[in-house]
Design a protein around this ligand. Structure first.
Ligand SMILES: Cc1cc2nc3c(=O)[nH]c(=O)nc-3n(C[C@H](O)[C@H](O)[C@H](O)COP(=O)(O)OP(=O)(O)OC[C@H]3O[C@@H](n4cnc5c(N)ncnc54)[C@H](O)[C@@H]3O)c2cc1C
Length: 382
């Protein structure tokens, strides 16, 4: 176990107790099923009900809507523990979607969806990416046309997580032209006429997390499903939640780096070659010292961002920096660790091999490293 050298003020005894509770639950209830979820390509929706019964699925949601009204720190700790257990992604997306509704939804919308999300009855995805639009969100072509008391959605999305296993989507669609013409609509997908799931995409990692193509062919949703009730707010709403989303990804990076170092320390202590333990070779010692240092710096940065997020002072730049830097460190450290496992590191049955493949997405999704650097440079240089 790596020493958590910094105990930031946000990590009080209650949060620590929550961490222990959640870790035990995940280890007992989820980890034993992970191999079968990887083989089938998705985590069943009902799985999340267990976490909900523990009060841990969306702890940060207001008590009026079924949550515990806890600070965001609890969600970040849950994210950390799920990433550590090789289950990153899905529950974080549930939280991001809940935040769109909690932050920008009307009172009626919050009451309609949040309690069912907190209970794990609704499990959510966010559908922004299209075949012709990823980083360049303003190039989106999926349209939502107002017809009386309904919106009619036409278009296609791709690379959407939780769309297969979940039953609710926040869909970004065009209700007008340009960046100001994007709106967010809540779509309950089960049995919805005109909504189609395309291929469940085969990935190089994150095999338990479903990622799919989606089609909208004249899909009708009540006009009351427009988040906030006003057209053209979608781009600003997406941008408003991105710092939180990026810190979630940085937290996952910190957790995975620490886990990789722990696994490697254990392995090199056991593995023998040339009559000694792998841990005795100077290269091993130096590499692990470097990796542990990186783990510590990443954790310190993430803790600092967390503190600022909780204080409401986290600026976008810090979130961009945390997103790109921590995820690049995740890939680099896990690569160094895998090298110390030799051939066994390349086997999918070893966690380090799976972690290596899973890590690669973190430099792409939620804003690529290049997009993050571009945004930082724009702030620096104009
Ligand atoms: C497993 C998985 C799950 C995903 N889940 C979701 C989801 O749930 N919902 C969702 O909406 N999307 C999801 N995505 C999509 C993801 O957000 C996009 O892949 C990502 O935003 C990048 O878009 P793109 O793939 O179209 O790449 P592109 O935007 O085409 O980028 C291609 C290259 O161009 C570079 N580039 C882009 N802009 C700039 C710039 N300004 N300067 C320099 N270089 C630049 C990029 O960094 C990249 O290297 C997921 C993707 C994957 C693989």
């Amino acid at each position: 176990m790596l020493p958590r050298l910094h105990r930031h003020p946000w990590m009080d005894d209650d949060i620590q107790a929550f961490r222990v509770l959640v870790r035990k639950f995940i280890e007992a209830e989820y980890v034993p099923h992970l191999d079968s979820w990887r083989r089938q390509g998705f985590i069943p929706r009902e799985t999340w009900r267990g976490l909900a019964q523990l009060g841990a699925l969306l702890p940060e949601i207001d008590e009026r809507f079924g949550g515990a009204g806890a600070s965001l720190a609890y969600q970040l700790v849950l994210t950390d523990e799920l990433a550590r257990a090789e289950m990153p992604g899905s529950a974080g997306i549930q939280s991001i979607v809940a935040h769109y509704i909690a932050e920008y939804g009307t009172e009626e919308q919050r009451a309609r969806w949040l309690p069912r999300m907190v209970a794990g009855e609704l499990f959510a995805g966010i559908a922004m990416t299209e075949p012709g639009c990823g980083s360049d969100l303003k190039a989106m072509t999926t349209r939502a046309r107002r017809e009386g008391h309904e919106y009619v959605i036409d278009g296609a999305k791709t690379l959407i997580t939780n769309a297969f296993s979940g039953n609710l989507l926040v869909v970004a669609a065009r209700t007008g032209d340009g960046g100001g013409g994007i709106s967010l609509l809540v779509v309950e997908t089960e049995g919805l006429p005109g909504f189609g799931l395309g291929r469940r995409l085969e990935k190089i990692g994150l095999h338990a997390m479903d990622t799919s193509e989606l089609f909208f062919d004249g899909v009708r949703v009540p006009a009351g499903n427009l988040i906030g009730g006003e057209e053209g707010r979608g781009f600003g709403q997406l941008m408003g939640q991105l710092p939180f989303e990026r810190i979630l990804i940085a937290v996952e990076a910190a957790a995975c780096i620490e886990r990789a170092v722990e696994l490697t320390v254990a392995y090199v202590g056991e593995r023998r070659l040339f009559g000694k333990r792998l841990a005795e070779l100077q290269n091993t010692r130096f590499k692990l010292a470097e990796c542990a240092t990186a783990a510590h710096i990443v954790r310190s940065f993430v803790n600092d961002c967390t503190q600022r997020l909780l204080d409401g002072t986290l600026d976008c730049e810090a979130a961009y920096m945390a997103k790109w830097w921590c995820t690049e460190q995740r890939c680099r450290v896990i690569d160094e660790c895998l090298q110390l496992f030799g051939g066994y590191g390349f086997l999918a049955e070893y966690p380090i091999g799976r972690m290596y493949a899973d890590a690669r997405l973190s430099r792409i999704a939620g804003g690529t490293t290049e997009v993050m650097k571009d945004l930082i440079a724009r702030r620096l240089l104009g």
